[in-house]
Design a binder for this molecule. Structure first.
Ligand SMILES: NC(=O)c1ccc[n+]([C@@H]2O[C@H](COP(=O)([O-])OP(=O)(O)OC[C@H]3O[C@@H](n4cnc5c(N)ncnc54)[C@H](O)[C@@H]3O)[C@@H](O)[C@H]2O)c1
Length: 288
């Protein structure tokens, strides 16, 4: 297996995902640069990561020395060129907008060494929509973490038609070195694997509810008590935001044109009423 040697990782975008992905990388022993266009996001990332690490030390999961060494490997960069100049593997985790991602990849292609792999953490934008912004489409793939990246183990490595075997193998190897559990998707598909399965579960739950088969509380109970899931589909929708479910389905519907993919009527109704879940105090359940 022709595994590329990765010594330096650069993470672009220091929001919810990028900050934790950078910490995962630094904890795994890689020199890691974290860059964001907004300098205040770097300060916020540092404060949040220090809080998380302090907790882990308190709980005995990490030693103070491990944490200190990880922070010594992690640099916060305000300049993209210095972040990626000597990077072997770049993980883009900027805002979920295609034009922004394409512009970032164009810059990365100019600034990162020619051998560097350029991966995107995007949940919904497949890398074939970005790869042609670079002159190295064979070195571009999706490298999809789950939130929170410090905790969740799955990483989906998704190849686009031009991604080389070496890129896929290196991404898989790196995810394992990160202490994660990678899987490979041989072809691009909207939603990838885990979120498609979750979506199918949620669809079935909403359909059963809309048919009047059972209350949403009882459907959640069936899933937690009968299938041993840690949380039911309705409670989970409240946690992630019912608008997120709506937007994901709208995008899939726009892509496929298949009415089966459109958001379910009860979801449309919740969104119209502004009942989006925990963040608005009411979704399927009411929160105080
Ligand atoms: N939040 C999730 O649950 C989740 C899970 C898996 C994957 N993702 C993917 O991760 C990516 C980031 O999501 P997030 O939730 O961390 O978003 P976020 O809004 O928390 O962070 C995005 C960051 O990107 C920065 N940014 C914007 N434009 C930039 C640019 N041109 N260069 C550098 N930085 C720039 C912003 O300042 C912000 O700090 C998205 O592609 C999303 O699909 C998100």
């Amino acid at each position: 297996m022709a595994i590329q040697k990765v010594e330096k990782v650069a993470v672009i975008g220091a929001g919810a995902m990028g900050s934790q992905i950078a910490m995962v990388s630094a904890l795994a022993g890689f020199r890691t640069a974290l860059y964001d266009v907004a300098a205040e996001m770097l300060d916020k990332a540092d404060a949040s990561l220090r809080g998380h690490m302090e907790n882990r030390v308190k709980k005995g999961r990490l030693t103070q020395q491990q944490v200190d060494e990880a922070f010594a490997r992690l640099s916060y960069e305000k300049d993209l060129a210095s972040a990626v100049r000597d990077a072997d593997f770049v993980i883009e985790a900027v805002v979920e907008k295609l034009d922004v991602k394409r512009a970032v990849f164009r810059q990365l292609d100019e600034l990162a060494p020619p051998h560097a792999i350029l991966a995107t953490n995007s949940s919904t934008i497949v890398s074939s929509k970005i790869a042609d912004a670079t002159k190295r489409p064979d070195k571009v793939c999706n490298f999809h973490f789950f939130n929170p990246a410090l905790v969740m183990e799955l990483v989906e490595v998704v190849r686009n038609p031009q991604t080389s075997d070496d890129t896929v193998e290196t991404a898989y190897w790196l995810a394992e070195r990160f202490g994660k559990a990678p899987i490979i998707l041989n072809r691009e598909i909207s939603g990838f694997v885990a979120n498609r399965i979750l979506g199918a579960l949620m669809d079935e739950a909403v359909w059963l509810y809309e048919q009047g088969i059972a209350s949403f509380e009882d459907i959640d109970k069936a899933v937690t008590k009968g299938l041993n899931h840690p949380i039911g589909p309705f409670a989970l929708m409240d946690l992630t935001g019912i608008d997120v479910n709506y937007l994901v389905r709208m995008q899939r519907y726009r892509e496929s044109g298949d009415p089966k993919d459109a958001p379910r009527p009860s979801i449309v109704e919740k969104v119209a009423k502004g009942e989006l879940g925990r963040k608005t105090g009411k979704g399927w359940y009411t929160y105080s």
